[in-house]
Design a protein around this ligand. Structure first.
Ligand SMILES: [Zn+2]
Ligand SMILES: [Zn+2]
Length: 399
């Protein structure tokens, strides 16, 4: 059965590669995935799959009903691209200037399309497979928008599953872990108010630049002195905006950045300590601080039973030696986390390789996510699709 599946998916690879490259050539930003969603919906319909368009703005849900009654599962792919220029010059490079599929969502979409086609042709399961094509994974919270728009009430599901390509992990290899696999992502925006003065007469003002520098360094002590050293946490001040002239001490300095954790207790601690340091250190320096902290994506937490199920399916597909079952989590974030807050499930990584698949026409940079020389590895399409099919069949086993 597995060989027949791989043969069929291999046979479809040229067509699926064309689909993937067409999506790559026409990347669309969060909540603007109009062409991509239309491509997805038309293909699903052409394979006899019932389609719901426009969930959470541009999201698409295809529902594949099996032979008999049973449970329902959701398989999810993301469709959006990133606001960055593409350095590749091959034929399928971005035709939309300043927008690029640099995270492989074109590949995720295509792998799930191939699986949907196969499942719709075979229907050798009981219950329903919902294939979920979401908008706006890259910071827009498209998964949350689909949930708010009735994803789990309109399409009842017992479990949900996600997959992301992972450069650096060899092709043919998968990685997953129970519990946190991706971090929460959170933003902060702090305005330090001082008093402007002549750059030569600092004693007549209150310098927010020095306070911003002190605060940036003080935040790092939260990680080393306040949090348990065995807990993961990142505080990155990524922007400091202040000043307009060499000889002017400005009134204000603004600090912005990101906080990542795998766990809410650590996040609570970091937020509280950042708030305290901002207000108290600013006061100690004669400034005031306006502190804003916003929690964006929660940590992606894989559920134990579904992680075991995915491990079993992956082991059957590629063998124990090609399944890394306890990967170290990434401090990147993923809005599939919102779906895992609603339903049990599991999110896995599929190895995208080291970049060896790249042919002339790729940019000079490394083939890593969010790099302008990145390209999804088309060789993964049959493998990723086979995983989706075997997972759906196993989760909804026909008698
Ligand atoms: Zn990304
Ligand atoms: Zn991504």
């Amino acid at each position: 059965m597995k060989q027949a599946l791989l043969d069929t998916l291999g046979h479809w690879l040229p067509d699926m590669t064309d689909i993937r490259r067409s999506i790559h050539a026409w990347p669309e930003l969060a909540f603007q995935e109009v062409r991509t969603a239309d491509t997805v919906a038309r293909l699903l319909e052409s394979w006899g799959i019932a389609v719901h368009r426009g969930l959470g703005t541009t999201g698409v849900v295809g529902s594949i009903v099996g032979r008999g009654p049973g449970r329902a599962v959701g398989l999810r792919a993301d469709m959006d691209a990133l606001p960055m220029p593409e350095a590749n010059t091959f034929a399928h490079a971005s035709q939309n200037p300043g927008v690029m599929h640099a995270c492989g969502h074109d590949g995720h979409t295509t792998m799930l399309l191939a699986a949907a086609r196969y499942l719709a042709e075979q229907r050798d399961f009981n219950g329903t497979v919902h294939v979920l094509f979401q908008p706006a994974e890259e910071g827009g919270g498209g998964a949350r928008r689909m949930i708010e728009d009735g994803l789990f009430t309109q399409f009842p599901m017992d479990a949900v599953f996600g997959m992301h390509n992972w450069p650096g992990l060899p092709v043919g290899t998968f990685g997953l872990t129970e519990g946190p696999i991706m971090a929460s992502s959170n933003r902060f925006n702090i305005t330090l108010q001082g008093k402007g003065a002549h750059g030569a007469m600092p004693h007549l003002g209150v310098d927010p630049v020095v306070a911003a520098a002190q605060l940036t360094l003080a935040f790092q002590t939260i990680l080393t002195r306040n949090k348990d050293p065995l807990d993961a946490g990142v505080i990155s001040v990524t922007q400091i905006h202040t000043g307009s002239a060499d000889n002017v001490i400005p009134d204000q300095a603004v600090l912005r950045g990101t906080v990542r954790t795998l766990d809410d207790a650590v996040l609570d601690l970091i937020e509280a300590r950042m708030r305290a340091l901002s207000t108290q250190l600013a006061a100690a320096m004669g400034c005031t601080a306006d502190f804003h902290f916003s929690r964006e994506y929660p940590a992606t937490l894989n559920h134990p039973a579904e992680t075991a199920l995915c491990t079993e399916v992956l082991t059957g597909l590629v063998g124990t030696e090609h399944v890394q079952t306890a990967v170290r989590p990434s401090m990147g974030a993923e809005d599939f986390a919102f779906m895992l807050q609603q339903r049990p499930g599991c999110y896995v990584w599929i190895g995208n390789g080291t970049g060896d698949h790249r042919t002339p026409g790729h940019g000079a940079g490394p083939c890593t996510l969010h790099n302008s020389s990145y390209d999804f590895n088309d060789a993964l399409i049959p493998l990723g699709a086979a995983y989706w099919v075997l997972l759906a069949q196993r989760a909804l086993q026909a008698d």
